[in-house]
Design a protein around this ligand. Structure first.
Ligand SMILES: [Zn+2]
Length: 311
């Protein structure tokens, strides 16, 4: 049953923080489970996975549904991607980093402004460089001003703002490209590409715990299509999604094709005068669980609303 309105989707569809209902598997099983399986390692115990000699990602943690974090050990310091859901999770993450290397954390990069990726910022050392896209900065500042239980900490406000389509830089001797293409998951999405390690951190532009992507406020499916074109062209050997397991470019290409094909099909059917129920039946996509057990529209309906400008 689909009960959520489009506005409700915009409000809730992006707060993966409280996603519940998934099965928590033992750590070993989580590490080996293939993408797309019905489980969510974000709510499981923290686990560190080594990707290359100096690149790791960290799934799970205490406190709720944590986004994945990246850990890149550089010359004299550590670059971290995303800060977990809250301070407790972030402290756990910092403890795990300390087991990997005695080098201090010097840089923190946010893939977007959602709590499950930035909420732990206050536990990080003061004085570090905090990177986020300019649109993410605006979202963070707005969320702090609005307040409430899930407001991000002030430490989440970036002191290094990434503008426009992104930035190429070297941190701790590591070459990085911070990539922003178009509003897709959030207005301030940043993917992190390590060309020398052929490793891509997508943030929630890719989450293997769902088949369809979440399209938040002021974002579009077309934004995903454009973003995936850029990300898949990198031909990454290792792709770390915002939630879920390590994947390859093949899975990213499959997701890109699914999103692009669905949007194209909906466009054609709308042009042919087909109704939403006809389109939904033809696309045949299945409902997927939303945050806090609430239902969110089918991906075909999200595409339909975008194509018909009902968003
Ligand atoms: Zn997330």
């Amino acid at each position: 049953m689909r009960t959520a309105t489009y506005g409700l989707r915009a409000l809730l569809g992006c707060a993966l923080i409280l996603l519940i209902g998934a099965t928590v598997l033992p750590t070993a099983a989580l590490a080996q489970a293939p993408p797309g399986q019905d489980n969510n390692p974000g709510i499981g115990p923290m686990k560190v996975v080594q990707v290359t000699p100096n690149v790791y990602f960290v799934v799970g943690g205490v406190g709720g549904n944590n986004g994945n974090s990246g850990v890149i050990v550089g010359a004299k310091g550590v670059v971290v991607i995303d800060a977990k859901l809250n301070s407790e999770g972030a402290k756990q993450l910092l403890d795990e980093i300390h087991k990997i290397t005695p080098k201090p954390v010097t840089d923190l990069i946010f893939t977007h402004a959602h709590q499950d990726h930035i909420g732990g910022a206050a536990a990080f050392p003061s004085g570090i460089e905090v990177f986020a896209h300019e649109n993410a900065k605006a979202e963070i500042e707005k969320a702090i001003a609005t307040g409430g239980r899930n407001a991000p900490p002030r430490e989440a406000v970036p002191n290094h703002v990434v503008h426009g389509s992104g930035e190429t830089l070297k941190l701790q001797g590591i070459r990085l490209r911070l990539i922003h293409v178009a509003p897709a998951h959030t207005t301030g999405d940043l993917a992190v590409w390590l060309p020398d390690q052929k490793t891509l951190f997508t943030g929630d532009l890719m989450a293997t715990i769902r088949k369809a992507p979440l399209v938040c406020k002021d974002c579009t499916v077309e934004g995903y299509v454009q973003t995936y074109k850029v990300l898949t062209a990198l031909n990454a050997e290792h792709v770390i999604p915002g939630h879920g397991f390590l994947i390859t470019n093949t899975e990213l290409l499959e997701r890109a094709k699914y999103v692009s094909d669905t949007l194209s099909k909906v466009k054609m059917m709308v042009a042919d005068g087909k109704s939403l129920p006809e389109i939904e039946m033809s696309v045949g996509d299945a409902p997927e669980p939303g945050p806090r057990g609430m239902s969110i529209p089918l991906f075909s309906e999200i595409c339909y609303n975008e194509v018909t400008h009902k968003k």
